[in-house]
Design a protein around this ligand. Structure first.
Ligand SMILES: O=C(O)CCC(=O)C1=CC=C[C@@H](O)[C@@H]1C(=O)O
Ligand SMILES: [Mg+2]
Length: 320
């Protein structure tokens, strides 16, 4: 017999988490539990404000419609809403035992802010690959910081993420601080400029590799080889079902692009599932999942080594 439950959760964020200029005080989403013949599967549906095109209310409606259909014994079609499709597919994959338990727990540490603290942290962890946000401050300050960091840590390779914030001139100002050897240790810069065309020109002019994230979700965009593009950063909550993510990864591979599984600020439940997905589908690539420290609590499952408390079930609101 099939059974389903759906709850709404809200997790308080650490103060000062900014998402595209808006302050995120809590992360909200849905938890789906499917049960059949003593097996069960969990899924998290959490559209990310400012990034997802659907709202949480729309995702909730889509989940309720899917549940009603599933309970009648059918295999309902995938939701057209990426967050709903992804969370539902995780619950189904756990129920059917197709999402392996082995996980990529080593993700690329995400660095913002204080360069001294960052240096100590990366030294202590002997990290081979870290991700640093750029474009939030002066391009020259970013350039200087990246250069200092690469000099201080000779084994380090950096992924940078500008989130489309640089003008071509600012991007070039940044690069002036880096020697040709240092440029080679930048694995890629995610979305350096305001448009994909500017980013491609920047990559060609400065001999740097770039990666697509936002561009992947632009209407009409199709994956193809483009000079200077080395990787695609895939956020499953913004992309769709596991099947869709799997296809995107296969397409990227075929074109010789690295596929990096990345967080859309899911709770510890979603993040542990992403770590399993990454180990299964992109075993050669370090995933970008270092976002749990932005949250004050974990949900349903713990991330190994994270001592934040699990949120009590009494704090969830049951919807179904
Ligand atoms: O990709 C990673 O390493 C972590 C995820 C990450 O950087 C982001 C997740 C969600 C929203 C953004 O603030 C941010 C990004 O800009 O990609
Ligand atoms: Mg980004």
């Amino acid at each position: 017999m099939r059974q389903a439950k759906l709850w709404r959760y809200a997790i308080p964020m650490e103060s000062g988490v900014l998402l595209r200029d808006r302050r995120l005080t809590q992360r909200e989403g849905l938890l789906l539990l499917l049960q059949e013949n003593r097996r069960q599967g969990w899924g998290e549906i959490a559209p990310l404000p400012g990034f997802s095109s659907e709202t949480l209310a729309q995702a909730q409606q889509a989940c309720l419609a899917w549940i009603a259909d599933w309970l009648t014994g059918r295999s309902p079609a995938e939701s057209a809403l990426p967050s709903a499709a992804f969370g539902i597919s995780c619950a189904c994959a756990e129920l059917d035992g197709v999402l392996p338990n082995a996980a990529s727990w080593q993700s690329a540490p995400l660095c913002y802010g204080d360069p001294d603290a960052l240096l100590l942290q990366l030294q202590a962890q002997a990290t081979p690959c870290a991700k640093m946000k750029v474009g939030l401050y002066e391009a020259a300050r970013d350039g200087m910081q990246v250069s200092l960091l690469l000099d201080a840590l000779p084994q380090l390779r950096l992924r940078l993420d500008a989130n489309r914030s640089w003008t071509p001139e600012k991007a070039r100002q940044f690069v002036r601080w880096l020697t040709p050897q240092q440029r080679m240790r930048i694995a890629f810069i995610e979305e350096p400029c305001r448009t994909p065309e500017e980013s491609l020109r920047f990559a060609a002019d400065c001999d740097l590799r770039i990666a697509w994230d936002e561009t992947l979700r632009e209407p009409g965009f199709t994956l193809r080889t483009q000079p200077g593009v080395a990787a695609v950063v895939i956020k499953p909550t913004l992309t769709g079902s596991i099947a869709r993510v799997r296809q995107l990864i296969a397409d990227a591979r075929q074109l010789g692009l690295e596929a990096v599984v990345s967080s859309a600020l899911e709770s510890s439940l979603g993040l542990t599932q992403l770590a399993r997905l990454a180990c299964w589908l992109t075993p050669q690539s370090t995933p970008g999942l270092d976002t749990l420290s932005l949250m004050r609590q974990q949900l349903v499952r713990r991330w190994p080594g994270c001592d934040r408390p699990l949120q009590e079930q009494a704090q969830w609101t049951q919807i179904y």
